[in-house]
Design a protein around this ligand. Structure first.
Ligand code: PEP
Ligand code: MN
Length: 361
């Protein structure tokens, strides 16, 4: 990913202690519902940013698709009355112009928009020369490149107050989560752009209220900067995403129940112990690489042998046997079958690649 210039969260006019809390309803439904939620958040939580969907990307037609421009006036009132910064989802250039016109403080790009380079470019063009923070949700499919692309387009338009929102990824069939978290994708995003603030949206990952706490804790343990949690004065009656919303009071309780572990281990005995364990890990990683290297040398000799005798590389009976032996041995060592399979598949693929090269030399 190209280098993206990213301003710190303090440039957003926020207190930066973790977790930075964004909350509010899935959809703005009525002026009263919006204001009630905002007042509740002000009373019970540390929220600094009020979210509400004004244009709603609904999977099926004939469902509530948002109030539209009228609701932007309600967001304005939220800001005037509570001082909370406001944010809404923009999914095309028209939304972007309207949100800017009504003074929305922060924009967010939804998962169904990040996925579409045409729309991302259209929004980036609409933001050319505008100085506003933009949060980008991960695309609905597990593709880190599309997510990066969205940041690059915004960055090229001159936006540097950027944040990522991890809201999980679509998958087929019934699963525990509405959207699979695939934590490794958000971790990869952070590896590529270490300055990029990452916010977790446990509401859209979970799809149900009872899982919010565990996902939020996980995000804090992974050192995410913030949380975006959907809230509603009467969640059961919400016009969209009813199952995953909680009241502002419950948001307050959830956030104050989180354990915040220190990022900086401090200068004490723990640090020393951590260093020792890390050098042990480094030593074992080196050993692993040596073992893999030795294994590949044997693979090369087998490749030579197969070439001289003109037999195929893939001998499937042999591979089945290797897998069976490995998973049995791994199980007795307390390693999971899934993990063992992943490692051995990668090793096997590399062995085939090596032998293919030898055969065709
Ligand atoms: C939302 O935040 O209400 C929303 C529609 O989110 P997503 O783009 O993550 O589906
Ligand atoms: Mn929602």
């Amino acid at each position: 990913m190209n280098k993206v210039d990213i301003a710190p969260l303090s440039d957003w006019g926020l207190r930066t202690e973790r977790p930075i809390l964004i909350s509010g309803p899935c959809s703005a439904e009525t002026e009263e519902q919006v204001l009630l939620t905002a007042r509740g958040l002000k009373e019970y939580t540390t929220a600094q940013i009020f979210r509400a969907g004004v244009w709603k990307p609904r999977t099926r037609p004939n469902t509530f698709e948002g109030i539209g421009v009228e609701a932007l006036k309600w967001l304005k009132r939220v800001k005037e009355e509570t001082g909370l910064l406001t944010t809404t989802e923009v999914a095309n250039a028209q939304h972007t112009y309207e949100a800017l016109k009504y003074g929305v403080d922060i924009l967010w790009i939804g998962a169904r928009t990040t996925v579409n380079p045409f729309t991302m470019q259209e929004i980036a063009n609409a933001l050319e020369g505008v100085d506003i923070p933009v949060m980008v949700k991960n695309p609905i499919n597990p593709d880190v490149e599309l997510w990066c692309g969205a940041f690059e387009r915004l960055s090229k338009a001159g936006i540097n107050r950027l944040a990522a929102i991890h809201r999980g990824f679509s998958s087929y069939g019934e699963t525990m989560y509405r959207n699979a978290p695939n934590w490794q994708i958000a971790i990869e995003m952070k590896r590529r752009q270490p300055d990029l603030p990452v916010i977790c949206d446990p509401s859209h990952i979970a799809g149900r209220a009872d899982l919010l706490k565990d996902i939020s804790q996980r995000a804090m343990d992974l050192n995410y900067q913030g949380l975006m949690i959907e809230s509603h004065p009467n969640p059961k009656k919400a016009w969209s995403d009813a199952k995953q919303q909680i009241t502002p009071k419950q948001v307050g309780e959830l956030v104050s129940s989180l354990t915040l572990r220190r990022m900086d281990p401090g200068n004490n005995g723990f640090l020393h112990q951590l260093e020792e364990l890390r050098s042990e890990i480094d030593r074992l990683d080196n050993e692993l690489l040596d073992v893999l290297n030795n294994r590949m040398k044997v693979v090369e000799r087998i490749g030579q042998c197969k070439k001289e005798n003109n037999v195929t590389i893939l001998q499937s009976g042999r591979w089945d046997k290797v897998v069976a032996q490995a998973t049995a041995a791994a199980q007795s060592k307390g390693l999971s079958e899934e993990f063992t399979m992943k490692i051995f598949s990668a090793i096997h693929q590399e062995s085939i690649n090596k032998q293919t090269r030898i055969m065709n030399e």
